[in-house]
Design a protein around this ligand. Structure first.
Ligand SMILES: NC(=O)c1ccc[n+]([C@@H]2O[C@H](COP(=O)([O-])OP(=O)(O)OC[C@H]3O[C@@H](n4cnc5c(N)ncnc54)[C@H](OP(=O)(O)O)[C@@H]3O)[C@@H](O)[C@H]2O)c1
Length: 274
């Protein structure tokens, strides 16, 4: 499978399985099924309350741990050094592993000591508990501060990105600084596939609109996608999106759709333009 690598330790399949909002047995069976179908990248977080369910699937699967890329995240109220360390320890215990492949700060903190949090994130990587580190939901200004002022060896940024929401400044910056950009909510929870432009392109190639929406992202240098899918049919369709043959005209038509429809913006979200 197509993989994204960085000089700071990331080696991640470009398609992963998003696991929010699945929990319990539903999550375990979806992850177990995804591994059996060929997924080798699973995205979880402490806030999803499903790391134990993901860990159960890892234990039940025949796929060796070293073949699976596992991402988890620490919530924004546990970013002080001791709390962040404890959060990752809790994640490792729930997941049943001694390291994750990518560890993200899930959201910027509130009234926090950014430098100390980043220092801890880097230390956890240096100690081998996370092979690579990154941040999620950081606006460009904050990401620049982490990379340029604090010199953190980040490998990835995870943000909402899909055919209806643009991320060009972050993407340009990520490429300049050897970061992968993981697109979360890549199907815009079904809204992308409702677009007539996308439906017409799908009909032209005899594929699904959701596959067109994913391939538009996957064709972009340095972009990974983590669609959440529980059914076998949707999991298989999303994996097969890699084979969809979009042409330059298709890409231009999708690029021309309005890019202002953000799906995820909770009250603790940062100012996205800062
Ligand atoms: N870092 C963050 O702050 C953050 C925020 C939000 C999400 N995420 C991550 O991103 C992942 C994905 O985002 P999301 O769940 O918000 O939205 P999404 O992946 O855009 O959409 C998920 C929805 O699309 C459906 N679906 C999946 N494949 C399909 C297909 N081939 N055809 C038709 N429908 C399909 C799923 O249904 P079924 O389940 O029925 O298959 C589900 O209802 C999450 O699970 C989570 O891991 C991260």
């Amino acid at each position: 499978m197509h993989r994204l690598t960085t000089r700071h330790g990331l080696d991640m399949p470009a398609i992963g399985l998003g696991t929010w909002p699945m929990t319990g047995e539903q999550c375990t069976s979806a992850v177990r099924q995804a591994l059996a179908l060929g997924y080798r990248h699973i995205d979880t977080a402490t806030a999803y309350n499903n790391e134990d369910a993901v860990g159960q699937a890892l234990r039940e699967s025949d796929v060796p741990r070293e073949q699976i890329h596992l991402t988890t995240k620490v919530w924004w109220d546990r970013l002080a050094p001791t709390a962040m360390r404890q959060s990752l320890e809790d994640s490792l215990r729930a997941l049943g592993t001694d390291h994750v492949d990518l560890f993200h700060i899930h959201w910027p903190g509130q009234d926090w000591d950014l430098a100390r949090s980043i220092e801890t994130l880097v230390a956890l990587r240096d100690e081998g508990k996370a092979r690579a580190i990154g941040v999620a939901n950081f606006p460009l200004g904050l990401l620049r501060q982490v990379i340029e002022e604090l010199g953190a060896p980040l490998s990835a940024i995870q943000v909402e990105y899909h055919a209806l929401l643009g991320q060009q400044p972050l993407l340009d910056y990520a490429r300049q600084h050897d970061l992968a950009l993981t697109a979360y909510t890549p199907l815009a929870r079904g809204r992308a596939a409702e677009q007539q432009v996308i439906r017409d392109i799908a009909a032209k190639h005899g594929v699904l609109p959701s596959q067109v929406a994913l391939k538009w992202l996957l064709d972009q240098d340095g972009v990974a996608v983590i669609p959440k899918a529980s059914s076998r049919e949707n999991q298989l369709a999303n994996l097969a999106a890699l084979d969809v043959p979009l042409d330059a005209q298709d890409r231009a038509l999708i690029a021309g759709l309005p890019k202002d429809q953000r799906v995820v913006s909770p009250e603790f979200a940062p100012d996205w333009n800062s």
